[in-house]
Design a protein around this ligand. Structure first.
Ligand SMILES: NC(=O)c1ccc[n+]([C@@H]2O[C@H](COP(=O)([O-])OP(=O)(O)OC[C@H]3O[C@@H](n4cnc5c(N)ncnc54)[C@H](OP(=O)(O)O)[C@@H]3O)[C@@H](O)[C@H]2O)c1
Length: 231
């Protein structure tokens, strides 16, 4: 049985990923501050629910991230997929920017994926995949919406893209594929109600893309359909 570790697993895309992988017969290790409510899903059988594990984590805390190693290791010695999905989007107008918002964005969106992957790294199977949920707003080339208030968010997602590039090289010897995937604009509390894409559609697209990723694409920056995005 394959095992996936998912951060931000209690709502939005993270909860969607939990349900998808449970239904597909994977063992799911959900890392979040709040326990995900998978009971609300009638597509998941009782047998599949037995393969669900929750680990409490606060991605603002290095200690909490590092403590997750022994908790994951108690469940499995072989992780096939890490989804660094948790994220925050702070919206501060120029003139009202604060150090606190930049630090929070970088800590959760870029530093936590780096530290969590490092912590879990000894448990990663050869041929595992490590995916950072990033954003089109991280594209320096596209430079989307510079008049909108996404500075701490977009800067932190540029940083997590660099993490993918650098980790891809460090983990290449073990044939581990490391990529950044932008989910598109999705109806979650972050994306808002006007977003055109449902969580279930985004999860279908992203999980298909992950399934098809190969080691030759490691270090890449892709959209939900697997198209390359420009840095
Ligand atoms: N939705 C979109 O349109 C969109 C577009 C581009 C990129 N993305 C990216 O896709 C990913 C998922 O987004 P989403 O739309 O599903 O967001 P969401 O619904 O706002 O969910 C964010 C998740 O991150 C978790 N999180 C935040 N701070 C945390 C902390 N300190 N410790 C542990 N978990 C924490 C939240 O947990 P709590 O409930 O405990 O806060 C929640 O589970 C993010 O990386 C986001 O940047 C989303």
């Amino acid at each position: 049985m394959k095992t996936v570790v998912i951060t931000g697993a209690n709502r939005g895309l993270g909860l969607g990923f939990c349900k998808h992988y449970l239904s597909a017969g994977w063992q799911v290790i959900a890392l979040s501050r709040v326990k995900p409510d998978i009971e609300i899903s009638n597509i998941i059988t009782d047998k599949q629910k037995a393969h669900f594990h929750h680990i409490d984590i606060d991605l603002l805390s290095e200690e909490s991230i590092n403590n997750s190693y022994s908790k994951v290791a108690k469940i499995t010695s072989s992780v096939d997929l890490v989804l660094n999905n948790a994220g925050v989007a702070e919206h501060e107008k120029f003139g009202h920017w604060t150090q606190q918002a930049f630090i929070k964005s970088f800590t959760i969106n870029a530093i936590a994926p780096a530290l969590l992957t490092q912590t879990i790294s000894p448990l990663l199977s050869n041929n595992a995949k490590v995916i950072q949920l990033t954003s089109g707003l991280a594209s320096l080339h596209e430079h989307i919406g510079p008049l909108e208030d996404f500075e701490s968010y977009s800067m932190s997602k540029v940083a997590v893209n660099m993490l993918s590039l650098r980790l891809a090289v460090k983990l290449a010897e073990r044939q581990i594929t490391v990529c950044s995937i932008s989910p598109g604009w999705v109806k979650t509390s972050m994306g808002g109600d006007e977003a055109p894409t449902s969580v279930s559609q985004a999860v279908t697209d992203i999980t298909n893309t992950i399934e098809e990723l190969t080691i030759s694409q490691s270090g890449g920056f892709f959209d939900e359909l697997g198209n390359s995005l420009s840095w």
